[in-house]
Design a protein. Sequence first.
Length: 290
Amino acid sequence: MYATSFEYHHAATAEEAQRLLARYGEDAKLLAGGHSLVPLMKLRLARPSHVIDIRHAAGLLGIREEDGHLRIGAATRYRELETSDLVRRTVPVLAEAAATIGDPQVRAMGTIGGSLAHADPAADLPAVVLALDAELIAVGSTGERTIAAADFFRGILTTALEPTELLREVRIPVPPPGTGGAYEKRAHPASRFAVVGVAAVVTLGGDGRIARARVALTGVGAHATRATAVEQALVGTDAAGGDVAAAADGATDGLMLHAGRRGSVEYQANLVRVHTRRAVERAMARARGA
């Protein structure tokens, strides 16, 4: 099936893209990587009258470190996250997660902003930005606003973005020394989306105990979410000898799992616990410099 007819707009800058969004409102859709929008249009589940191409828009591209933050333009592609020396040095868990997305063709076109704004419940990067305490910078007709990652994801394919707002940038605080991160994923064999994905970031104190922990899950709910019970169980424990398995048992707290094509509730819960334990163990080992 082919998409219905639409008017194509090429936005040269982020500002132009936002102006076009403001002009056409809910009749417009943004085109970044296109992996989500184009299939929806071909199935006629999305019928925008205006498509705004932001793939090369100035102000939406590039990765830089500034004022203690890694600043990533929303149209930055997965491949750039995967291969960037700056990302690998400052927040290597982001590069690790990006490398698990789809295949090389997908990573060459898909963008961080597209993934976050689409908010697929099985996408990888929402969990990672939650674990990294990222901020998302949105631009609308009334100006700029900063949205904490913890407040951004609202439900299936639903975010805090307003219809005429553009996600311009992702800002990630550069973790302090003694921090390690890891991303563990059980990928669907066909789509490579996460059946279960777990991002863990831990920071050690001077006494070798975990001073701070962030653990986030994807693939097992309406949207990516923090595993706060795991975080609370980890803080204060000895990173060299703590009982990670016991902490990981809390990963299923609050999850609404349902039996279906992904298996029984018990099987899914076990996947969550196992991948949480693996992610936390690898994050702690990296925090210790192992």
